[in-house]
Design a protein around this ligand. Structure first.
Ligand SMILES: [Zn+2]
Length: 318
């Protein structure tokens, strides 16, 4: 039997907000972030993650989110300006506290923290009967290992089905039946047919800040084993199979001609952002690129695919 006791649960707490936005009267002010443009490049993600992992466990540990918040404040969020040499300055500024003095540092710390805080940290892998604790990138690329994909950055491009609207996600082309794995661990919050997404699954991160939306799953047998509303899902676990469903109000009728996965990430700083006009969706293109070497190997058993080496996320609440 695997004993979870071998691992210690670490809960990452985000630093409390400064004033970023106010809503309501002076008596009843709610302060939370209203908008995030996530433009961090895959190379900045990889370089900052490397430093975080290499310095972990020592007195001089520097978190990747702090490094990226420094760079975000320096660039005004525009990572086309990213140079690797800037990260050395970021390490110094985070360590000596001068990063804190930058005008928008605390904003980027919260904004990037909301996007990334579930992707790097402690997790366990099984080694026979025991669990081995690790520290590193614990998120996965959405397609299981070995399956072909093609993509480009199509976030914000125009869509016309239903009504004219920007495309609030990332499309990844592939073959019908490709096992789709959870990028991050969480709970299944939504499942079933959706007019736009067809057979879709929505997974809420353990900290509640992120909602992952995986859409257009396969017409027959859309979901992975055990994927039901409320189920706990581990990063890398098979949650469904790529398909081409959706664009129809009638369940099971689809008007999509290209098999692909639509993956989206919605940020929630306040419950008023969950539905309606205040939603914040971010571009996952650079995140997916960053995760392209983190592929979950899968194997087939009884008509379903399963992760060969499942991980256990240590941020799972008891
Ligand atoms: Zn899409």
């Amino acid at each position: 039997m695997i004993k979870k006791i071998f691992c210690i649960i670490i809960v990452f707490l985000l630093i409390p907000a400064n004033v970023f936005a106010t809503d309501g009267g002076a008596e009843n002010e709610k302060k939370y972030i209203k908008w995030v443009d996530f433009d961090v490049s895959s190379s900045a993600l990889a370089d900052s993650a490397d430093i975080d992992i290499k310095t972990y466990g020592g007195d001089e540990h520097v978190g990747w989110i702090e490094l990226l918040a420094y760079l975000g404040a320096k660039y005004g969020g525009d990572f086309s300006r990213y140079k690797k040499s800037d990260i050395d300055a970021a390490v110094i500024a985070v360590r000596d506290g001068t990063a804190n003095e930058m005008k928008y540092y605390s904003y980027y710390l919260q904004a990037y923290g909301a996007v990334l805080s579930g992707m790097l940290g402690e997790y366990c892998v099984s080694d026979g009967d025991t669990l081995v604790k690790k520290y590193g990138i614990k998120a996965f690329f959405p397609f299981a290992k070995g399956y072909y994909y093609s993509e480009f950055d199509d976030f914000g491009t125009q869509r016309t089905y239903g009504y004219r609207r920007p495309h609030l996600g990332h499309d990844m082309m592939g073959s019908v039946g490709t096992p789709i794995v959870a990028v991050e661990s969480g709970y299944v919050e939504a499942l079933g047919w959706n007019q736009y997404g067809g057979w879709r699954v929505g997974i809420r991160s353990f900290d509640g800040k992120r909602y992952y939306y995986y859409a257009h799953l396969r017409a027959s047998h859309p979901y992975g084993a055990g994927i039901v509303e409320g189920a706990t899902v581990q990063a890398g676990q098979v949650i469904g199979y790529l398909g081409m469903t959706g664009y129809s109000t009638k369940e099971g009728v689809s008007n999509i001609t290209t098999p692909h996965l639509h993956i989206g990430m919605q940020l929630i700083f306040d419950k008023s952002q969950k539905d309606g006009v205040n939603q914040i969706w971010i571009d996952m293109y650079q995140i997916v690129k960053f995760l392209s070497s983190r592929r979950s190997a899968v194997e087939k058993r009884d008509g379903d695919y399963y992760a060969t080496s499942p991980i256990i996320d240590m941020d799972i609440p008891d």
